[in-house]
Write a protein of this length. Sequence first.
Length: 418
Amino acid sequence: MDGPSPGGGPTRPASVESKASWRTAWLILAILSVSFGSSLLIVVGMKPIQESLGTDRSMVALAGAFLWVGTGAGGIFMGWLSDRIGVRATVAIGAGMIAAGLVLSSLGWIWSLFVGHALMGLFGNGGVYPPLLVYVSRWFDRRRGTAIALISSGQYVAGVVWPALFERVIASLGWQTLMAGFGVLVLVTLLPATLLLRPAPLPVVPQHLPHVTAGGRRIGGMHPNLVQVLLCVAGFCCCIPMSVPQAHLVAFCTDIGISPTTSATMLSVMLASAFIARQAWGALADRIGGLRTIMVGSACQALAISAFSLTQDEAGLFAVSAAFGFGFSGIIPAYSVAIRDIFPPSEASWRMPLTLFTAMSGMAAGSWFAGFLYDQFGYYAPAFTTGIVFNIVNLAIIGFLVVRLTGGRWANPYAAAG
Protein backbone atom coordinates (compact mmCIF):
# COMPACT_ATOMS: atom_id res chain seq x y z
CA MET A 1 0.00 0.00 0.00
CA ASP A 2 1.52 3.26 -1.12
CA GLY A 3 0.56 6.85 -0.53
CA PRO A 4 1.10 9.74 -2.93
CA SER A 5 3.84 12.17 -2.06
CA PRO A 6 3.07 15.89 -1.89
CA GLY A 7 2.89 17.47 -5.36
CA GLY A 8 2.06 14.21 -7.10
CA GLY A 9 5.69 13.01 -7.19
CA PRO A 10 6.92 9.46 -6.65
CA THR A 11 4.89 7.46 -4.16
CA ARG A 12 6.30 6.31 -0.87
CA PRO A 13 5.25 3.35 1.30
CA ALA A 14 2.45 3.98 3.76
CA SER A 15 3.38 3.96 7.43
CA VAL A 16 1.74 2.88 10.68
CA GLU A 17 3.27 5.91 12.41
CA SER A 18 0.95 8.70 13.56
CA LYS A 19 0.46 11.15 16.39
CA ALA A 20 -1.08 8.27 18.32
CA SER A 21 2.23 6.38 17.98
CA TRP A 22 4.12 9.15 19.74
CA ARG A 23 1.44 9.56 22.42
CA THR A 24 1.79 5.85 23.08
CA ALA A 25 5.59 6.12 23.30
CA TRP A 26 5.41 8.98 25.80
CA LEU A 27 2.88 7.08 27.91
CA ILE A 28 5.17 4.04 28.00
CA LEU A 29 8.11 6.28 28.97
CA ALA A 30 6.08 7.51 31.97
CA ILE A 31 5.18 3.94 32.98
CA LEU A 32 8.78 2.73 32.78
CA SER A 33 10.07 5.80 34.66
CA VAL A 34 8.13 4.48 37.67
CA SER A 35 8.61 0.73 37.22
CA PHE A 36 12.39 1.01 36.75
CA GLY A 37 12.63 2.80 40.10
CA SER A 38 12.13 -0.60 41.72
CA SER A 39 15.50 -1.82 40.42
CA LEU A 40 17.31 1.19 41.92
CA LEU A 41 16.22 0.55 45.50
CA ILE A 42 18.83 -2.14 46.08
CA VAL A 43 21.52 -0.07 44.32
CA VAL A 44 21.04 2.98 46.54
CA GLY A 45 20.42 0.87 49.64
CA MET A 46 23.16 -1.73 49.13
CA LYS A 47 25.32 -0.74 52.11
CA PRO A 48 22.43 -0.11 54.56
CA ILE A 49 20.81 -3.40 53.53
CA GLN A 50 24.12 -5.24 53.94
CA GLU A 51 24.63 -3.77 57.40
CA SER A 52 21.02 -4.40 58.46
CA LEU A 53 21.03 -8.04 57.38
CA GLY A 54 24.60 -8.70 58.56
CA THR A 55 25.64 -10.37 55.32
CA ASP A 56 28.26 -10.02 52.57
CA ARG A 57 27.91 -7.46 49.83
CA SER A 58 27.83 -10.24 47.25
CA MET A 59 24.67 -11.61 48.90
CA VAL A 60 22.88 -8.28 48.55
CA ALA A 61 24.16 -7.99 44.98
CA LEU A 62 22.79 -11.50 44.33
CA ALA A 63 19.28 -10.24 45.11
CA GLY A 64 19.79 -7.55 42.48
CA ALA A 65 21.01 -10.25 40.11
CA PHE A 66 17.78 -12.20 40.66
CA LEU A 67 15.89 -9.08 39.64
CA TRP A 68 17.83 -8.66 36.38
CA VAL A 69 17.78 -12.29 35.29
CA GLY A 70 14.16 -12.58 36.37
CA THR A 71 13.22 -9.60 34.20
CA GLY A 72 14.78 -11.29 31.18
CA ALA A 73 13.44 -14.79 31.85
CA GLY A 74 10.00 -13.55 32.81
CA GLY A 75 9.92 -11.35 29.72
CA ILE A 76 9.92 -14.43 27.46
CA PHE A 77 6.81 -15.85 29.12
CA MET A 78 5.12 -12.48 29.66
CA GLY A 79 5.78 -11.53 26.03
CA TRP A 80 4.02 -14.72 24.96
CA LEU A 81 1.20 -14.01 27.41
CA SER A 82 0.82 -10.46 26.10
CA ASP A 83 0.08 -11.79 22.62
CA ARG A 84 -2.77 -13.81 24.10
CA ILE A 85 -4.39 -11.64 26.79
CA GLY A 86 -3.24 -8.21 25.60
CA VAL A 87 -0.59 -5.77 26.75
CA ARG A 88 -2.97 -3.93 29.10
CA ALA A 89 -3.67 -6.98 31.27
CA THR A 90 -0.03 -8.12 31.13
CA VAL A 91 1.32 -4.79 32.36
CA ALA A 92 -1.33 -4.68 35.10
CA ILE A 93 -0.13 -8.10 36.31
CA GLY A 94 3.45 -6.81 36.19
CA ALA A 95 2.59 -3.78 38.32
CA GLY A 96 0.95 -5.99 40.93
CA MET A 97 3.96 -8.31 41.05
CA ILE A 98 6.41 -5.41 41.43
CA ALA A 99 4.41 -4.20 44.43
CA ALA A 100 4.19 -7.70 45.92
CA GLY A 101 7.93 -8.27 45.43
CA LEU A 102 8.83 -5.00 47.11
CA VAL A 103 6.60 -5.67 50.11
CA LEU A 104 8.08 -9.16 50.47
CA SER A 105 11.63 -7.78 50.16
CA SER A 106 10.92 -5.26 52.91
CA LEU A 107 10.26 -7.94 55.58
CA GLY A 108 13.91 -7.89 56.67
CA TRP A 109 15.18 -11.42 56.01
CA ILE A 110 17.73 -12.40 53.39
CA TRP A 111 15.41 -15.08 52.00
CA SER A 112 12.57 -12.57 51.60
CA LEU A 113 14.93 -10.19 49.81
CA PHE A 114 15.88 -12.97 47.37
CA VAL A 115 12.34 -14.24 46.78
CA GLY A 116 10.90 -10.73 46.56
CA HIS A 117 13.42 -9.60 43.97
CA ALA A 118 13.03 -12.81 41.96
CA LEU A 119 9.24 -12.31 41.95
CA MET A 120 9.66 -8.64 41.07
CA GLY A 121 11.84 -9.64 38.13
CA LEU A 122 10.04 -12.69 36.75
CA PHE A 123 6.46 -11.43 36.77
CA GLY A 124 6.93 -7.78 37.71
CA ASN A 125 9.45 -5.97 35.54
CA GLY A 126 9.36 -8.98 33.21
CA GLY A 127 5.68 -8.26 32.67
CA VAL A 128 6.21 -4.55 32.09
CA TYR A 129 9.36 -3.77 30.09
CA PRO A 130 9.70 -6.62 27.52
CA PRO A 131 5.99 -6.63 26.52
CA LEU A 132 5.96 -2.84 26.22
CA LEU A 133 9.15 -2.95 24.13
CA VAL A 134 7.54 -5.33 21.63
CA TYR A 135 4.30 -3.32 21.78
CA VAL A 136 5.89 0.04 20.95
CA SER A 137 7.91 -1.50 18.08
CA ARG A 138 4.59 -2.30 16.40
CA TRP A 139 3.55 1.37 16.46
CA PHE A 140 6.60 2.43 14.39
CA ASP A 141 8.23 1.38 11.13
CA ARG A 142 10.29 4.43 10.03
CA ARG A 143 11.56 5.81 13.34
CA ARG A 144 11.52 2.63 15.34
CA GLY A 145 15.02 3.17 16.71
CA THR A 146 14.11 6.62 18.02
CA ALA A 147 10.91 5.32 19.61
CA ILE A 148 12.59 2.32 21.28
CA ALA A 149 15.34 4.60 22.57
CA LEU A 150 12.75 6.97 23.97
CA ILE A 151 10.77 4.41 25.94
CA SER A 152 13.91 2.59 27.11
CA SER A 153 15.03 5.90 28.59
CA GLY A 154 12.51 5.27 31.35
CA GLN A 155 15.38 3.55 33.16
CA TYR A 156 17.36 6.77 33.08
CA VAL A 157 14.48 9.06 33.95
CA ALA A 158 14.07 6.82 36.99
CA GLY A 159 17.79 7.13 37.63
CA VAL A 160 17.59 10.91 37.63
CA VAL A 161 14.41 11.19 39.71
CA TRP A 162 14.66 8.47 42.34
CA PRO A 163 18.21 7.87 43.78
CA ALA A 164 18.60 11.12 45.75
CA LEU A 165 15.04 10.77 47.06
CA PHE A 166 15.65 7.13 47.99
CA GLU A 167 18.84 8.05 49.87
CA ARG A 168 16.99 10.65 51.95
CA VAL A 169 14.12 8.29 52.78
CA ILE A 170 16.55 5.51 53.75
CA ALA A 171 18.42 7.94 56.03
CA SER A 172 15.22 9.05 57.75
CA LEU A 173 12.84 6.08 57.64
CA GLY A 174 14.96 3.06 56.65
CA TRP A 175 15.15 0.86 53.57
CA GLN A 176 12.27 -1.42 54.57
CA THR A 177 9.77 1.43 54.80
CA LEU A 178 11.02 2.75 51.47
CA MET A 179 10.52 -0.58 49.69
CA ALA A 180 6.99 -1.08 50.99
CA GLY A 181 6.03 2.52 50.25
CA PHE A 182 7.38 2.41 46.73
CA GLY A 183 5.40 -0.77 46.10
CA VAL A 184 2.21 1.12 46.93
CA LEU A 185 3.28 3.98 44.64
CA VAL A 186 3.76 1.53 41.75
CA LEU A 187 0.22 0.25 42.16
CA VAL A 188 -1.52 3.62 42.35
CA THR A 189 0.33 5.01 39.31
CA LEU A 190 0.71 2.09 36.90
CA LEU A 191 -2.69 0.42 37.18
CA PRO A 192 -4.59 3.53 35.98
CA ALA A 193 -1.97 4.08 33.24
CA THR A 194 -2.63 0.64 31.75
CA LEU A 195 -6.16 1.75 30.86
CA LEU A 196 -4.66 4.15 28.31
CA LEU A 197 -2.84 1.41 26.34
CA ARG A 198 -4.62 0.85 23.01
CA PRO A 199 -4.30 -2.08 20.56
CA ALA A 200 -1.28 -1.66 18.26
CA PRO A 201 -1.97 -0.96 14.56
CA LEU A 202 -1.57 -3.70 11.97
CA PRO A 203 1.47 -3.37 9.65
CA VAL A 204 0.65 -1.73 6.33
CA VAL A 205 3.79 -2.70 4.40
CA PRO A 206 5.25 -6.21 4.12
CA GLN A 207 8.76 -6.29 5.48
CA HIS A 208 11.71 -6.83 3.14
CA LEU A 209 14.74 -8.19 4.95
CA PRO A 210 18.13 -7.72 3.23
CA HIS A 211 20.56 -10.62 3.31
CA VAL A 212 17.78 -13.22 3.80
CA THR A 213 17.79 -15.93 1.14
CA ALA A 214 14.70 -17.38 -0.53
CA GLY A 215 12.44 -18.97 2.01
CA GLY A 216 14.17 -17.10 4.83
CA ARG A 217 16.42 -20.06 5.56
CA ARG A 218 19.67 -18.10 5.75
CA ILE A 219 20.70 -14.68 7.05
CA GLY A 220 24.09 -13.59 5.83
CA GLY A 221 24.79 -17.22 4.93
CA MET A 222 23.92 -18.42 8.46
CA HIS A 223 20.92 -20.13 9.99
CA PRO A 224 18.62 -17.52 11.60
CA ASN A 225 18.89 -19.20 15.00
CA LEU A 226 22.70 -19.05 14.82
CA VAL A 227 22.42 -15.30 14.29
CA GLN A 228 20.08 -15.19 17.29
CA VAL A 229 22.56 -17.13 19.43
CA LEU A 230 25.41 -14.79 18.49
CA LEU A 231 23.29 -11.77 19.35
CA CYS A 232 22.40 -13.33 22.70
CA VAL A 233 26.02 -14.13 23.55
CA ALA A 234 27.05 -10.62 22.53
CA GLY A 235 24.27 -9.16 24.69
CA PHE A 236 25.42 -11.20 27.70
CA CYS A 237 29.02 -10.06 27.26
CA CYS A 238 28.24 -6.37 26.83
CA CYS A 239 25.96 -6.28 29.89
CA ILE A 240 28.58 -7.58 32.31
CA PRO A 241 30.66 -4.37 32.07
CA MET A 242 27.46 -2.34 31.81
CA SER A 243 26.21 -3.65 35.17
CA VAL A 244 29.28 -2.96 37.31
CA PRO A 245 28.95 0.85 37.60
CA GLN A 246 25.15 0.72 37.51
CA ALA A 247 24.94 -1.69 40.44
CA HIS A 248 27.99 -0.66 42.46
CA LEU A 249 28.68 3.02 41.75
CA VAL A 250 27.14 4.27 45.01
CA ALA A 251 28.95 1.63 47.09
CA PHE A 252 32.23 2.21 45.19
CA CYS A 253 32.08 5.96 45.81
CA THR A 254 31.26 5.67 49.51
CA ASP A 255 34.10 3.16 49.92
CA ILE A 256 36.62 5.78 48.75
CA GLY A 257 35.26 8.48 51.06
CA ILE A 258 32.59 10.24 48.99
CA SER A 259 29.40 11.00 50.94
CA PRO A 260 26.29 8.86 50.33
CA THR A 261 24.33 11.89 49.07
CA THR A 262 27.05 12.82 46.57
CA SER A 263 27.38 9.17 45.53
CA ALA A 264 23.64 8.96 44.81
CA THR A 265 23.90 12.22 42.86
CA MET A 266 26.72 10.71 40.81
CA LEU A 267 24.45 7.80 39.88
CA SER A 268 21.81 10.32 38.81
CA VAL A 269 24.39 12.18 36.68
CA MET A 270 25.38 8.93 34.97
CA LEU A 271 21.77 8.05 34.18
CA ALA A 272 20.87 11.62 33.17
CA SER A 273 23.73 11.53 30.67
CA ALA A 274 22.40 8.17 29.47
CA PHE A 275 18.91 9.60 29.00
CA ILE A 276 20.11 12.53 26.90
CA ALA A 277 22.49 10.40 24.84
CA ARG A 278 19.97 7.60 24.28
CA GLN A 279 17.85 9.85 22.07
CA ALA A 280 20.87 10.46 19.83
CA TRP A 281 21.66 6.74 19.77
CA GLY A 282 18.10 6.00 18.68
CA ALA A 283 18.33 8.46 15.81
CA LEU A 284 21.69 6.92 14.86
CA ALA A 285 20.13 3.44 14.82
CA ASP A 286 17.52 4.71 12.35
CA ARG A 287 20.34 5.87 10.07
CA ILE A 288 22.96 3.12 10.31
CA GLY A 289 20.99 0.16 11.72
CA GLY A 290 20.92 -1.61 15.06
CA LEU A 291 24.06 -3.73 14.66
CA ARG A 292 26.39 -0.85 13.89
CA THR A 293 24.89 1.20 16.70
CA ILE A 294 25.66 -1.65 19.13
CA MET A 295 29.26 -1.71 17.91
CA VAL A 296 29.82 2.04 18.30
CA GLY A 297 28.12 2.14 21.70
CA SER A 298 30.08 -0.86 22.96
CA ALA A 299 33.37 0.76 21.95
CA CYS A 300 32.42 3.92 23.87
CA GLN A 301 31.44 1.82 26.89
CA ALA A 302 34.80 0.01 26.86
CA LEU A 303 36.70 3.31 26.96
CA ALA A 304 34.56 4.69 29.78
CA ILE A 305 34.72 1.63 32.03
CA SER A 306 38.50 1.61 31.61
CA ALA A 307 38.54 5.13 33.06
CA PHE A 308 36.78 3.98 36.26
CA SER A 309 39.84 1.95 37.24
CA LEU A 310 42.08 5.01 36.74
CA THR A 311 40.07 7.67 38.59
CA GLN A 312 39.16 8.05 42.27
CA ASP A 313 38.75 11.78 42.88
CA GLU A 314 35.23 13.19 43.06
CA ALA A 315 35.37 15.56 40.08
CA GLY A 316 36.99 12.92 37.87
CA LEU A 317 34.37 10.33 38.80
CA PHE A 318 31.55 12.72 37.93
CA ALA A 319 33.10 13.13 34.48
CA VAL A 320 33.69 9.40 34.02
CA SER A 321 30.15 8.61 35.19
CA ALA A 322 28.72 10.99 32.61
CA ALA A 323 30.93 9.50 29.89
CA PHE A 324 29.92 5.96 30.86
CA GLY A 325 26.25 6.92 30.73
CA PHE A 326 26.78 8.34 27.25
CA GLY A 327 28.49 5.15 26.05
CA PHE A 328 26.26 2.37 27.33
CA SER A 329 22.90 4.08 26.88
CA GLY A 330 22.32 3.15 23.25
CA ILE A 331 23.33 -0.49 23.39
CA ILE A 332 20.26 -2.35 24.71
CA PRO A 333 17.69 -0.49 22.55
CA ALA A 334 19.93 -1.12 19.55
CA TYR A 335 19.63 -4.89 20.15
CA SER A 336 15.86 -4.53 19.89
CA VAL A 337 16.25 -2.50 16.68
CA ALA A 338 18.64 -5.14 15.31
CA ILE A 339 16.13 -7.92 16.00
CA ARG A 340 13.41 -6.02 14.13
CA ASP A 341 15.91 -5.20 11.34
CA ILE A 342 17.03 -8.78 10.84
CA PHE A 343 14.03 -11.01 11.59
CA PRO A 344 10.37 -11.01 10.47
CA PRO A 345 7.99 -8.98 12.68
CA SER A 346 5.97 -12.10 13.47
CA GLU A 347 8.97 -13.42 15.46
CA ALA A 348 9.47 -10.26 17.52
CA SER A 349 7.34 -11.42 20.48
CA TRP A 350 9.85 -14.16 21.34
CA ARG A 351 13.14 -13.05 19.77
CA MET A 352 13.18 -9.64 21.48
CA PRO A 353 12.44 -11.01 25.00
CA LEU A 354 14.96 -13.82 24.47
CA THR A 355 17.66 -11.30 23.59
CA LEU A 356 16.67 -9.21 26.59
CA PHE A 357 16.85 -12.31 28.79
CA THR A 358 20.47 -12.99 27.90
CA ALA A 359 21.30 -9.30 28.25
CA MET A 360 19.63 -9.15 31.67
CA SER A 361 21.47 -12.36 32.60
CA GLY A 362 24.69 -10.50 31.82
CA MET A 363 23.53 -7.64 34.05
CA ALA A 364 22.80 -10.16 36.80
CA ALA A 365 26.10 -12.00 36.43
CA GLY A 366 28.11 -8.79 36.30
CA SER A 367 26.35 -7.30 39.31
CA TRP A 368 26.85 -10.41 41.44
CA PHE A 369 30.39 -11.13 40.27
CA ALA A 370 31.50 -7.57 40.98
CA GLY A 371 30.22 -8.00 44.55
CA PHE A 372 31.99 -11.35 44.80
CA LEU A 373 35.28 -9.85 43.59
CA TYR A 374 34.88 -6.99 46.06
CA ASP A 375 34.45 -9.48 48.92
CA GLN A 376 37.62 -11.29 47.79
CA PHE A 377 39.87 -8.26 47.20
CA GLY A 378 38.27 -5.42 49.16
CA TYR A 379 38.19 -3.03 46.18
CA TYR A 380 36.56 -2.78 42.75
CA ALA A 381 39.52 -2.68 40.33
CA PRO A 382 39.32 -6.45 39.53
CA ALA A 383 35.61 -6.04 38.70
CA PHE A 384 36.32 -3.20 36.27
CA THR A 385 39.10 -5.23 34.62
CA THR A 386 36.80 -8.22 34.18
CA GLY A 387 34.24 -5.93 32.57
CA ILE A 388 36.77 -4.70 30.04
CA VAL A 389 37.57 -8.28 28.96
CA PHE A 390 33.91 -9.12 28.36
CA ASN A 391 33.46 -5.85 26.48
CA ILE A 392 36.22 -6.85 24.05
CA VAL A 393 34.51 -10.21 23.42
CA ASN A 394 31.27 -8.36 22.65
CA LEU A 395 33.02 -6.12 20.13
CA ALA A 396 34.49 -9.14 18.37
CA ILE A 397 31.09 -10.86 17.97
CA ILE A 398 29.25 -7.74 16.85
CA GLY A 399 32.04 -6.83 14.44
CA PHE A 400 31.72 -10.28 12.85
CA LEU A 401 27.95 -9.86 12.46
CA VAL A 402 28.32 -6.39 10.97
CA VAL A 403 30.65 -7.72 8.29
CA ARG A 404 28.53 -10.82 7.52
CA LEU A 405 25.11 -9.18 7.55
CA THR A 406 25.80 -5.71 6.17
CA GLY A 407 28.96 -6.13 4.12
CA GLY A 408 30.70 -3.40 6.10
CA ARG A 409 28.53 -0.60 4.65
CA TRP A 410 27.56 2.21 7.02
CA ALA A 411 24.27 3.18 5.38
CA ASN A 412 21.37 1.31 6.99
CA PRO A 413 20.44 -1.59 4.66
CA TYR A 414 17.23 -2.12 6.64
CA ALA A 415 15.92 1.43 6.31
CA ALA A 416 13.15 0.37 3.95
CA ALA A 417 12.06 -2.57 6.08
CA GLY A 418 8.79 -2.41 7.94
